[in-house]
Design a protein around this ligand. Sequence first.
Ligand code: ATP
Ligand code: MG
Length: 331
Amino acid sequence: MTGTGPDEPVIEVRGLRKEFVVRVRAGRFRRTKRVVTAVDGIDLTVHRGEMVGYIGPNGAGKSTTLKMLTGVLTPSAGEVRVCGFTPVPQRTRLALRIGVVFGQRSQLWWDLPLRDSFDLLRHIYRVPGAEHAARLRRCRTLLDLDGFLDVPVRQLSLGQRMRGELTAALLHRPEVLFLDEPTIGLDVVSRQAVRSFLAELGRAGDTTLLLTTHDLADIERLCRRLVVIDHGGVVHDGSIEALHTRYGSRRLVVADLDEPLAETPVLAGAPLLRTEADGRRLVFACESATASTVVAGLAQLVALRDIAIVEPDIEDVVTRLYRAPAPVEPG
Ligand SMILES: Nc1ncnc2c1ncn2[C@@H]1O[C@H](COP(=O)(O)OP(=O)(O)OP(=O)(O)O)[C@@H](O)[C@H]1O
Ligand SMILES: [Mg+2]
């Protein structure tokens, strides 16, 4: 039976922790044990149909979280429920309800052509033939698989294999999809194919997605909600807009002039960030001023050749967020 009611969260995480004990060299012969806290008390609630971007710098604890949510790793502490199941002890039952792609690992059979892997998965998950065929047909079209369906997986390029992995993760119609860097190493065309495919899933509204990526364009395209983790803890959980507001992202006004000015124009609420092109380009940040007042103000002061308003850049915000100092431990 299903583990969750219609309004219950699909993913429910409370106080999740994971510690690894690692051996480190201490002098020439001695080794000592050191505890690495990879996940340090994460709370997370995700409802059906949500598309959540789970981001953070290298080593923040993203993959470790995903491994605990999918039953690969046992948490050191805390509670996890996914589709109403506790992932590790109920791993087999959970597997029927979730789809998983870990960019670095494969769930395909290395020596078999993709087509045969898909067929094996159909039997493992006991998907009715007609349903399987319909889903595979859709993946073939949307992810453009036909050119390499009969090639053994070991001979596939990374991008081809990732498209195969996504298909494999979806053939049993999972309710929740966990994707750990699904666009890593893909060329522009494959990346777009994967994004459009996931966007289409999102539009259908019944798949829940938890996605980690270092490509923030994935997030902008797919996720309304962004969870940012650092040092194993959540530092932001909300919309991308909320992140911009919180970390003070600013629109920029970029003004191109025919001639450099002798004196820099001063505009209230919009400091000059920098000049470029030997003083022929001025870049202002809209702090308290709106872009339109900045443009109007500039037009009064100087002869403009061209003007552009640049939207806040998520890359810029996230860089500043990652660089923010780690919270100081009390004591
Ligand atoms: N099996 C392990 N044994 C020891 N330490 C580990 C193990 N797995 C992860 N860690 C450590 O836990 C921390 C979090 O690792 P994790 O792989 O979750 O990071 P991540 O956010 O996925 O990073 P990336 O963006 O590089 O993929 C790191 O400090 C890592 O070295
Ligand atoms: Mg990782």
